[in-house]
Structure formats: C-alpha cells, structure tokens
Design a protein around this ligand. Structure first.
Ligand SMILES: [Zn+2]
Ligand SMILES: [Zn+2]
Length: 119
C-alpha cells in the first residue's frame, strides 16, 4: 500500500483543473475567431485619409482617385478625415466606406480581382 501525500493530490487536481480551463478558453477563442467576420483581417492598411496613406505606404500613391465612387483624392480637404483602405495583396486604394460595401458582396479587389477575403 503506497502512501499518497494529500497535498500532492490537491496540487495535481489544481493543475488538471487549470489545464481544463486553459484548453476550454483556447477552444472558445478558436471557434469564436473562426466565426468572426473576415472584415476584421482588413483593419490593417486603413488610414484616416489619403494623404496619410501615401505618407505611410508609398504604394498607395499609384492611384489618385477611388475607383468605386471615382472621387479624386486630391479634391479632399487637407486634414479632413476620409478613411482609405489599402488592400493587402494588390495594394489598390479605396475609401473604406466604398470598398467595405463592395467586399460585403465580393471577395476580391474591384479593380484587379485579386482575392482579399478568406472565404
Ligand atoms: Zn470612394
Ligand atoms: Zn487590386
């Protein structure tokens, strides 16, 4: 008959309990993430206005109007907040409000059709 230290049993029970909670939380986060709207992945590459976007990402300077609403970025007031989004794969630039409406119906860039959404 082996003697088991009761404090050892308590410690093991605590470790097992923590493991179960840890795995449970991770599973919850994993499933919650997989059902989250894919738009969240596009928050990168969003700038308060076009001037700021070209300062931070020279690739954005290749276009001078939004291809969806055809508004010229240069006509916008200096310092005015008109958020733009740079698509992660092709680098095309659009207004956030224009491209978000588009991306709700299409998984790709409205200009070059490169895939931006993981759907
Ligand atoms: Zn636009
Ligand atoms: Zn594109």
């Amino acid at each position: 008959m082996t003697y088991i230290d009761p404090s050892y049993v308590t410690a093991m029970a605590t470790v097992v309990l923590f493991l179960i909670i840890f795995i449970g939380v991770n599973l919850y986060l994993f499933f919650r993430r997989s059902t989250a709207p894919p738009m969240l992945e596009l928050t990168l590459g969003t700038w308060p206005n076009y001037a700021e976007a070209t300062r931070q990402d020279p690739q954005a300077a290749s276009s001078d109007c939004c291809s969806i609403c055809l508004a010229d970025y240069d006509n916008e007031e200096e310092g005015e907040d008109n958020p733009v989004r740079i698509l992660p794969i092709c680098g095309h630039v659009f207004h956030v409000r224009c491209v978000d409406t588009w991306l709700q119906q299409h998984p790709n860039c409205p200009v070059c059709r490169s895939r931006v959404m993981h759907r």
